[in-house]
Design a binder for this molecule. Structure first.
Ligand code: MGD
Ligand code: MGD
Ligand code: SF4
Ligand code: MO
Length: 732
């Protein structure tokens, strides 16, 4: 038997921890943390290690599957599948135009550069624009805030954890999530180092999370962050804590911002936020007077009714206190592999350049809110969505009102999914095509990987040949195009990556593979060897010689504002009209319904990854069940004991799950994980029980966050009832 060790990195979440894979006769035996990875240095989380279960899962789809009339799947050859899909697509396009074809891509796409680029090129080549993704349940608000502030939707500034004296963290739980929009594989150490050197960490969260418990917890009522941040800005201007000379030189609109925040004194917002006025004043003064400080937010900042505004205000707080683009503050991301930079320069990173047919919501980097997908399918008329690709996604469990999407998907003329499993979404597909796992493909980190306080790069060669008949997603789109008689690299059309392709074309690079694309970008990027012009620059050879990864700079650079900010004179816009209007609309849609006195928020667990790792025996060991976290007072009011079955009802839907009584959440708040309630082709996951929390959420276009079309998944009004006797036990 041939046993080999391969160096690679995990691509389940943004930490991208180094892994060592033991492979025997072409089969994965185990994964362990790579002690020589310069960033993760021998650390990985349970999910990374347990990926062996996914790689070797008997429930994994390893051959193309075609749906039969009775709804079951039968294996089919790649040739038959691709021929039939190509022929059906051509018919649909001939009859209804390319605009009838769309795609949804899920979260795992973010960890490999090829799939997003190739599927995007395919869609634009056929004239499709119905593009949806997990971003509207995750981070689109952040992109829009960046577009407004910096004129660059792809710019995601990140906290300089290694040097900050004050981390103000809002709606993030990195001790569980391992960091998002900041790459920090050793986050426990990175946070401990802040307080270790005398700094502070304040965690703004309705739940006393793992991270909040370890540091200073500032409890806040769900979905009230906009008021809290407006009050902090109020204090800064009212108490002259802003560096106005710098604001004059580097920003526009700060005086307008000062006027906008004036009515939001801490006293005026305390009843909304649940944070005492004194506390707001003290924390603001401390933040403003710290040698360096940074305000950072993640999904808890993005998934309320004002996600774009909250994301915007966090950066504004950094800017007005002089903490933007400076050591220990918020740093601009500079890509090692400048894919988005080129797209940004060629005008592809758009916002509101078009509106959705249903709901009139803005496009955000060429994607529309996934919440309107179902209605786009069932609403007749020009531009109706009739054929879809779903790649690495499970929207039936991860977007609002999966039940409606589930029905709508069955109305499509063609549904094709590329995935590792038959999940709750693609069980309705005409074809489920087996995709490779990250261990079966070549990759290099890009995109959010650039949000890294230490600049580094690592390339991963495939560790394994694809199991069964699995194929790389990009090859599937390439092959489909070929069978449809299309060239993905033809000029013309509204290609998302036209700019890059033209650019490379002019340099005579020839036919593009993902490897060619990324290696070229690496070499022309800020750390690249410029094809030999820069002697110490990096190139593919150096990456192969350093499989654990290379540190390019101990600290991410500062002084990037003049290149990162695309507004005239590189000034940060602190009072764009969209934001001023949004402040004016605050509170309009906040529920105040005595029938739904509680508010549901989301949470993540260490051994779950959204909806897709509940089939791993290792991760499901022990007492793993889906539970709603309920405060003792609310439990008592609903006559609930720990472990009881509970019905949670919102104005939009109802679920039944188990209750866990804990004062981790304050009275009035119920925290429920997403990604449960399985009924796909994953046996163990199906038997785990639980419910899909997103059945409580609204997919009505009018209920979405306005500026980015974000799904509202936090702060959703609800009530609790005991399930057993069916009677409503909450006070009438
Ligand atoms: N209520 C609530 N809902 C939420 C959230 C929340 O906080 N609260 N969070 C939201 C967020 S942040 C996100 S990112 C979304 C996630 O939403 P989605 O991306 O729609 O869902 P996932 O559960 O990540 O499903 C990923 C799918 O990709 C498959 N997969 C894994 N690796 C690969 C691969 O390499 N190739 C292919 N082709 N397939 C692969 C898995 O089998 C799985 O079916 O959920 C969102 N939904
Ligand atoms: N173990 C694990 N790790 C993951 C994932 C996973 O599913 N499991 N998913 C990955 C993905 S796709 C992402 S996007 C990242 C997300 O990374 P994070 O955003 O760091 O992860 P969460 O645990 O969802 O943290 C969000 C926090 O916001 C809080 N919150 C909810 N509502 C509000 C509110 O109104 N205001 C404030 N201030 N806080 C609020 C929640 O209580 C929660 O603690 O995690 C990634 N890492
Ligand atoms: S934190 Fe866990 S899931 Fe995320 S990259 Fe590291 S090992 Fe993988
Ligand atoms: Mo996410």
């Amino acid at each position: 038997m041939a046993t080999e060790q391969h160096i690679t990195y995990c691509r389940i979440c943004e930490a991208l921890c180094g892994l060592v894979a033991t492979v025997e006769d072409g089969r994965l035996q185990s994964l362990r943390p790579d002690p020589d990875n310069p960033l993760s240095r021998g650390r990985a989380c349970p999910k990374g290690i347990a990926f062996t279960d996914i790689q070797n899962d008997p429930d994994r789809v390893l051959t193309p599957l075609r749906r039969r009339a009775d709804g079951t799947f039968a294996p089919v050859s790649w040739d038959d599948a691709l021929d039939d899909i190509a022929a059906r697509l051509k018919r649909i396009i001939a009859e209804h135009g390319g605009g009838a074809v769309g795609q949804y891509f899920g979260n795992p796409i973010a960890f490999g550069f090829a799939t997003g680029v190739w599927s995007g090129m395919f869609l634009s080549r056929i004239g499709g624009h119905h593009q949806y993704s997990s971003a509207s349940q995750d981070i689109s608000a952040r992109f829009v805030a960046s577009k407004l502030l910096y004129g660059a939707a792809s710019q995601v500034p990140f906290p300089d954890l290694a040097r900050t004296d004050f981390l103000f963290m809002l709606g993030a739980n990195p001790l569980v999530s391992h960091g998002s929009a900041v790459r920090t594989p050793r986050v426990r150490d990175d946070l401990a180092a802040i307080t270790g050197r005398g700094g502070r960490i304040v965690v703004v969260d309705p739940r006393r999370t793992e991270t909040a418990r370890a540091y200073e917890h500032l409890p806040v009522r769900p979905d009230s962050d906009a008021w809290l941040l407006l009050s902090m800005l109020h204090v800064i201007f009212a108490e002259d804590l802003a560096d106005t000379a710098a604001l004059d030189a580097e920003t526009t609109g700060w005086r307008t911002l000062r006027d906008v925040v004036r009515p939001f004194s801490p006293e005026a917002t305390a009843s909304r936020t649940g944070v005492a006025a004194d506390t707001v004043r003290t924390v603001t003064r401390d933040f403003a007077s710290a040698p360096s400080a940074v305000a950072y937010g993640r999904t808890g900042a993005c998934l309320g009714r004002h996600g774009t505004l909250v994301s915007f205000l966090l950066d504004a707080l950094n800017a007005v206190t002089g903490n933007l683009d400076r050591a220990g503050g918020m740093l601009f991301a500079e890509a090692v592999v400048p894919l988005e930079d080129i797209a940004e320069k060629s005008g592809q990173m758009t916002y509101d350049s078009a509106r959705s047919r249903v709901g009139n919501l803005p496009e955000v980097i060429s994607t529309y809110p996934a919440a309107v997908m179902a209605e786009e399918i069932i609403t007749p008329g020009p531009g109706q969505l009739r054929a879809m690709f779903i790649t690495a996604g499970n929207p039936v469990l991860t977007i609002p009102n999966g039940a409606m999407l589930e029905k709508a998907l069955q109305e499509l003329d063609l549904l094709v999914s590329l995935d590792l499993y038959v999940n709750e979404t693609n069980q309705y597909a005409d074809y489920v095509l087996p995709a490779t796992t990250f261990l079966e493909r070549y990759d290099m980190p890009y995109s959010l990987a650039n949000c890294s306080p230490t600049v580094s790069i690592q390339a991963a060669e495939p560790v394994l040949a694809p199991y069964g008949e699995a194929r790389n997603e990009w090859e599937v789109f390439d092959e489909l195009a070929r069978r449809m008689g299309l060239s993905l690299f033809a000029t013309g059309g509204l290609q998302r990556f036209n700019g890059i392709l033209h650019w490379l074309d002019r340099r005579g690079i020839g036919r593009l593979t993902p490897r060619r694309l990324v290696e070229t970008l690496l070499r022309i990027g800020p750390y690249g060897d410029r094809f030999g012009l820069r002697r110490n620059g990096i190139n593919p050879k150096k990456l192969r010689e350093n499989p654990h990864g290379i540190v390019l700079a101990e600290h991410a650079p500062t002084g990037l504002r003049t290149t990162a900010v695309k507004h005239p004179a590189a000034r940060v816009a602190l009072a764009p009209p969209q934001i001023v209007e949004e402040v004016g609309r605050l509170g309009e849609r906040h529920p105040d319904d005595p029938d739904f006195p509680l508010m549901v928020i989301g949470m993540r667990e260490i051994r779950s990854q959204n909806s897709w790792m509940h089939n791993s025996p290792t991760l499901m060991k022990g007492e793993r069940r889906h539970r709603a976290r309920v405060n003792p007072a609310d439990a008592e009011a609903a006559n609930l004991a720990d472990g009881d079955a509970v019905r949670v009802t919102s104005p939009f839907g109802s679920i039944e799950t188990e209750v866990q009584i804990t004062d981790e959440v304050g009275p009035g708040t119920v925290a429920i994980p997403h990604g449960w309630g399985h009924r796909g082709g994953w046996q163990r996951a199906n038997s785990a029980g639980g419910a899909n929390v997103n059945e409580l959420m609204s997919n009505d276009a009018d209920d979405l966050e306005r500026l980015a079309g974000m799904s509202v998944l936090n702060g959703v009004a609800a009530r609790l009832e005991r399930v057993d006797d069916g009677a409503r036990l909450t006070a009438p």
